[in-house]
Design a protein around this ligand. Structure first.
Ligand code: CUV
Ligand code: SF4
Length: 623
């Protein structure tokens, strides 16, 4: 195998498809990354500003050139503002996704969203009661209508704190209140972040960063949490199911449809269509043995979690999956969809379709999905994918899939433990399990694909630390076999015993990126059961290969919720030692947790293990 390919990805399917891409003269994200090198040093350090047109400005990190922008902003202000705007964009993305689910719920309630329905009425009632909506004497649709309205209010202008903040432990809420960072409206915090970073508004790097934490919390305990809860209500709360991962999930003899993006609003309707009898018959009439729906990225995770739909790959696999020549149609919604995909698909017979009014891409047909036409549109697209099956050229599916178990919602995890977190707490207390770590986030061509996720997860489970993961990290560890039914044997003796007894893998798939909120809910359940704060628990977070603005927002709400979080790639903050110090040290006294940056996953594992042992000592647990 060509060393270049092995240096780009640890995955066998990725390496083989990189070879195929080169043969087919397909340019990939790695080629374009190399073409960009060396990347701008000012931007890497966060020292360039183009917020206004007196600029663009940049600060000389060596102290010889300019130390102030035209307006007078120094390095601290510029670096903080840039980071703040990343967080605002990340929070806006997840929260806007949440809003789309509210709209679906509202249309379901009004009988206008054919195809969608309430699939977890029990959860609907439970969440409604958190919003103060009683279910007495009301039918599900009435409750849904009132819940949709109440959740919309969480997005708007008002003075009280977000409803779902009440899920956080009391001690955590006191921390937020004392700092004045309990988020109010979800949109409000993002708008205020953009306002404060306009030229001539907030020019104190500390108060800017505090608002960034509030903005991130409005995502974690607001927009994303609403997205997850409503997805469960509309599409079902995940339960463990067996599935398969990597490019080998594509089937040579079946119509292959890939869904890519984030919102289950589109992918669930495609799934429904793929399972309909008449379309299966149409596929058979074209000589296909079936319709094979698979996902990439987070909308794939949504389907994997709820229906065991197979997963073809994570972020850096999204171009490569097309080079198989086996994809008859790729249907995308929004977020993390590289604008290069249309160009890649043009080399094959693959049809590319965008579906969201807010996300269009070069080289894709646009077929807009709305709650009232989605079921119908999905059927039309699946039909066209079937018709495209006969246009296939040569097909190259170079690997066999790996089996994996997914579907670990908090409900499932607590259910497996007999309804309470107590067994998990007992295992933590006795030291059978040392702690738990959430590994989340993307791939990034700066890091060998999946190397960060897989190495970190391996080291943690070997040392009896339970891993829960989401997003592209969850796909990486699944490809590496850590979610296979026999994966418990990869864990240390304590964790292995517990996983074997419960019949679960040592790395639990908790869902998509918005589902990181499931980790917050689980951590809160543990903290509440122990009568303590999240920041006292022997837990940590990690984003070993993150790339996106959403990931910065996630990292920030983890830290602001009291979870020590290790980032792989360095965020663009090194231009201000003040900002770096606040994020990596100062926040300890503010929110009881910090960021740390460690691109080497072996070292990250050590740092996390040290942190967990320190927290164990703090709780008086055995060494
Ligand atoms: Ni939202 S944000 S690359 S698909 S995890 Fe995957 Fe997950 Fe990052 Fe995107
Ligand atoms: Fe330059 Fe200040 Fe304008 Fe930024 S806001 S571009 S530092 S003048």
């Amino acid at each position: 195998m060509n060393d270049t390919y092995a240096g780009r990805t640890i995955t066998r399917d990725g390496q083989l498809l990189l070879e195929k891409a080169e043969k087919d003269r397909v340019e990939t994200v790695w080629d374009r990354f190399e073409n960009q090198l060396p990347q701008c040093g000012y931007c890497e350090m966060g020292l360039s500003c183009r917020i206004c047109v007196m600029g663009p400005c940049r600060i000389d990190p060596f102290g010889e050139g300019p130390q102030k922008g035209v307006c007078g902003a120094d390095a601290d202000i510029i670096v903080a503002r840039n980071l703040c705007r990343m967080i605002a964009a990340g929070a806006a993305s997840h929260s806007d996704h949440g809003r789309d689910l509210i709209e679906v719920l509202d249309e379901v309630a009004k009988g206008k969203a054919a195809g969608y329905r309430i699939r977890d009425a029990e959860k609907l009632k439970r969440v409604a009661s958190e919003y103060g909506i009683s279910s007495d004497g009301k039918d599900d649709l009435k409750i849904a209508e009132q819940l949709a309205y109440a959740m919309q209010e969480d997005f708007g202008t008002r003075k009280k704190a977000l409803t779902l903040l009440r899920r956080a432990p009391a001690k955590r809420r006191q921390v937020w209140d004392k700092l004045g960072i309990a988020p109010r409206g979800i949109d409000r915090e993002t708008a205020e972040m953009m306002h404060r970073t306009h030229m001539g508004v907030d020019n104190n790097w500390q108060s800017l960063l505090l608002q960034a934490l509030r903005n991130a919390l409005s995502d974690g305990w607001g927009g994303s949490m609403i997205a997850t809860e409503l997805s469960d209500i509309l599409f079902g709360t995940p339960k463990p199911a067996t599935t398969a991962v990597n490019v080998g999930v594509l089937k040579k003899d079946q119509v292959n449809i890939i869904v890519h993006g984030h919102n289950p609003v589109v992918s669930e309707m495609v799934l429904l269509a793929c399972r309909s009898e008449d379309l299966l018959q149409l596929a058979a009439s074209k000589g296909a043995a079936g319709i094979n729906l698979a996902g990439v990225c987070c909308t794939g995770n949504e389907l994997l979690m709820r229906s065991g739909v197979a997963m073809a790959g994570n972020h850096l696999t999204t171009e490569l999956v097309l080079t198989t020549g086996a994809v008859d149609m790729m249907i995308v919604d929004y977020q993390c969809i590289m604008p290069s995909l249309g160009t890649v698909a043009a080399c094959y017979h693959t049809r590319m379709v965008s579906t969201s009014d807010k996300a269009r891409f070069p080289g894709m047909e646009h077929r807009e999905f709305h709650p009232d036409n989605a079921a119908e549109e999905a059927r039309a697209l699946v039909k066209e994918a079937i018709e495209n099956f006969t246009n296939r050229g040569e097909v190259y599916i170079p690997v066999e899939p790996v089996n994996a178990v997914g579907g670990f919602s908090v409900e499932t995890i607590l259910g497996a433990l007999g309804g309470t977190p107590q067994p998990l707490i007992d295992a933590l207390k006795s030291g059978t399990i040392r702690g738990a770590v959430g590994i989340v986030g993307c791939n990034n061509p700066r890091i060998r694909q999946d190397f960060g996720h897989v190495t970190l997860a391996k080291r943690l489970i070997e040392n009896d630390i339970l891993v829960v993961d989401t997003g592209c990290a969850a796909v990486a560890t699944a490809k590496a076999g850590f979610k296979a039914s026999d994966a418990a044997q990869m864990a240390g003796p304590g964790l292995r015993g517990i996983c074997s007894a419960l019949g679960i893998p040592p790395v639990l798939h908790m869902g998509s990126c918005v589902d990181n909120v499931r980790i917050l809910v689980l951590a809160s359940a543990l903290a509440n059961a122990l009568g303590t704060d999240i920041s006292d628990l022997p837990i940590a977070g990690a984003a070993p290969e993150w790339y996106s603005e959403k990931a910065v927002a996630i990292g920030a709400y983890f830290v602001a919720s009291g979870v020590y979080t290790v980032l792989g790639p360095m965020p663009p903050v090194t231009g201000s030692m003040n900002v770096v110090k606040l994020l990596t040290e100062g926040l300890q006294d503010v929110v009881g947790a910090t960021f740390s940056v460690e691109p080497d996953p072996e070292k990250a594992a050590l740092a996390i293990r040290r942190h967990i042992e320190e927290k164990r000592r703090g709780l008086g647990l055995p060494a």
